[in-house]
Design a protein around this ligand. Structure first.
Ligand SMILES: Nc1ncnc2c1ncn2[C@@H]1O[C@H](COP(=O)(O)OP(=O)(O)O)[C@@H](O)[C@H]1O
Ligand SMILES: [Mg+2]
Length: 327
């Protein structure tokens, strides 16, 4: 069980005052977390969802004892992250999508062996876990290459794998899918589903990517500007956007008028970005997506690139703030 009670965290940043010769530095406080409270049962996958800067990484760092909170308490399986650190860390797997815990100049297997020693993993468990990880991530082919020589996707897979070698009972994954292509993301989802189904492992992952929450979690906690905005079942959140697709096309001047007519006649919502790119919000329960695509092709014969995506976190936040969860 994981208990997070009244956690607050402020960062103090020193800013130079304006003026070239000023000797004074202005202090600025950034309230990264404001009174965060939740309890997680063991064996669940929980997704902490939030935009960039919401406070997700800060929360993970506090829960794993990397950062101290200004106030509040954490208990993970009855242990406090700041007491008896070695023992505490033995039960944890921690992964940061934007960093690496592997040794850059060493072959991957050497890093794995160091981790094996650090965590006292016996040979049998080590071999078994390597086999399972290889089944999902095909990492054995990289083991004798240096971390430096791997592509970023390959490195992330090895890094992820290293998080699980010691059979941790609680795993923290901070933006584990950031920058991964779809096929590698899917492998990761499969592996997490396997862990969830066949072990008592608790997984806490952060993301701003809607496809992650659709694929993975039992429970979703949305944080925004350091506060919990929603805490509940994944279906409640995914219902907000399950029928919505964002269709993005590059806009050429000559197409503008016809496109506007099309959008108005169907009453689509749109967003136009500065660089001549237009995003059309399509509710597929009331509009035919394929019909729209063929209409687009007929009015824009030079159309080369159409993207169809799930809505982003900003869309979901707007709906949540607008009371969309109660509909
Ligand atoms: N080391 C730091 N020093 C100062 N401000 C920070 C530091 N780390 C994060 N912040 C600020 O705290 C807020 C939350 O950041 P973070 O926890 O990294 O958010 P997220 O992981 O959701 O993107 C942001 O406003 C960020 O700029
Ligand atoms: Mg982060």
């Amino acid at each position: 069980m994981i208990e997070v009670k009244d956690i607050t965290k402020c960062y103090i940043v020193k800013k130079k005052k304006e003026g070239k010769f000023s000797l004074f530095k202005k202090k600025e406080e950034i309230e990264a977390l404001k009174q965060i409270n939740f309890t997680l049962k063991g064996g669940e996958t929980t997704c902490i969802l939030g935009a960039n800067g919401a406070g997700k990484s800060t929360l993970i760092k506090i829960m794993t004892g990397i950062l101290t909170p200004d106030s509040g308490n954490i208990l993970i399986n009855g242990q406090n992250p700041f007491e008896n650190r070695t023992q505490f860390l033995k039960n944890l797997g921690i992964f940061f999508g934007q960093g690496t815990q592997l040794w850059w100049e060493l072959p991957v297997i050497d890093s794995f062996n160091i981790i094996k020693k650090m965590y006292d993993v016996d040979d049998k468990t080590f071999e078994r876990n390597l086999d399972i990880l290889d089944q999902y991530f095909q990492i054995k082919r990289f083991l004798h290459r240096t971390v430096r020589s791997l592509s970023s996707g390959q490195r992330m897979l090895c890094d992820l794998a290293s998080t699980f070698l010691h059979d941790p009972s609680v795993i923290f994954l901070d933006e584990p899918t950031i920058g991964l292509d779809v096929s590698i993301k899917n492998k990761m989802y499969e592996f997490i589903r396997y862990l969830n189904a066949s072990t008592e492992t608790s997984i806490i992952l952060t993301t701003h990517d809607m496809s992650d929450i659709r694929a993975l979690s039992d429970r979703v906690i949305i944080i925004d500007k350091g506060s919990i905005l929603f805490d509940g079942k994944v279906e409640q959140v995914s219902n907000i956007f399950k029928d919505i697709r964002m269709v993005t096309v590059e806009l050429l001047d000559e197409d503008t008028e016809q496109l506007n007519t099309l959008i108005e006649s169907h009453q689509f919502g749109t967003h136009i970005s500065k660089s001549g790119v237009i995003t059309i919000e399509v509710n597929t329960s009331s509009h035919d997506l394929n019909g729209l695509l063929s209409e687009l092709h007929s009015i824009m014969p030079n159309l080369s690139d159409v993207k169809i995506e799930l809505p982003d976190i900003e869309y979901v936040l707007t709906k949540v703030y607008g009371g969309g969860l109660n509909e």
